[in-house]
Design a binder for this molecule. Sequence first.
Ligand code: PGA
Ligand code: ZN
Length: 427
Amino acid sequence: MKIRSIQGRRIWDSRGRPTVEVEVVNDDGTLGLGIAPAGASMGTREAVELRDGGAAFGGRDVQSALRGIEREIAPALIGRDVTDQAGIDAALIALDGTPTKARLGGNALIATSLAVLHAAAAQARVPLWQYLAQARPVKLPLPQIQIFGGGAHAGRRVDVQDFMVIATGATSFSHALEMTAEVYRAAGGIMAARGTLAGVADEGGWWPSFSRNEEALDTLVEAIEKAGYVPGAQVAIALDIASSEFGRGGRYKLALEGQELDSDALCGMLVRWVEKYPIVSIEDPLAEDDEQGLVAFTQAVGHRVQVVGDDYLVTDAGRVRNAAALGACNCALIKPNQAGTVTETRAALDAAQAAGYATIVSARSGETEDVAIVHLATGWNAGQLKVGSFARSERMAKWNEAVRIESRAGAPAGFWGAAALARRSKA
Ligand code: PGA
Ligand code: ZN
């Protein structure tokens, strides 16, 4: 099936900022929409977003990215076979011509690449997850869901970015959502009773009105218990430290507690947290430039918790292979717009799985109603999915899409559950 037309347009993300949407129409009139999400705590090696600068919308307008789609990308792709994702992505990379996708923009490229993928599934008249899975049996992913949102998503009110839960005792995706809904509600209730309820952060998690980072962990355990679950056995904790946001050159500034730690001290603090709290997953425990620290942390706790690389791995197959050779991390966060095309995203996921890493397909803090990542996580059988919290419709649209996928006739073969979590060896 050939591509008949490609149109880019500016739409608006969950922070009210401009973003790129691309519409690909096939010769038979079926179509696909792809939307670029946007990060706030970004890795320095991510595909570069093309933003206009200047006064409008804080410099975040995307007119230059749209011009590239109209003048270069559309003419290059019209008439091509929409099912040739690898060929189209290679053409996009060649057309851009930079190692960072800075010329046409990673935002223009990922929106186009995802639109092509959606259009290919549409002309095949199957849901996207099924188009990706083909005949292979796949399972619905285990969700990690934010309860408190901190770091760059909450004016740096606390240093740690995501305080999340994983419903390790859930037997289906829908069951995991039910359990999380109760924990989210309990956490809000605790904050209200303390007089510290202050709305929500960028991804819908409760605003973190805490005086220490550990107070958030204590409150999370309390919320799990208040919701009627056993911490650890039924509902466990996952953290995204996002430490590249407050650490560089092996020095980490914890603003909330007024401390400056070196790599060993931060590592030691996180190891203590793992010993004290029912934590099963920690993302970006050390900064993207602290490879030695990441290796040391993985050696210390990688046999019992999932150590997730986000800013450090930036959804790049080569970086994943390098990390695996060094023994840094045991799980890769997979964000399509970090890579810039669907094919490169898939390559990073394949590299991670080949290395024995667990994988988590992830949204960004700037999102839309787009639900593509739910289909990627399911169709690619990634095992885990990270979308943000249990509030606000750019997040709920994704959780709800997973409920639909799980409940429809011809649903995936089951639910990954806690088996999706990386554990290198049984301690
Ligand atoms: P971002 O953060 O989308 O704001 O970059 C998400 C994450 O760090 O996982
Ligand atoms: Zn992260």
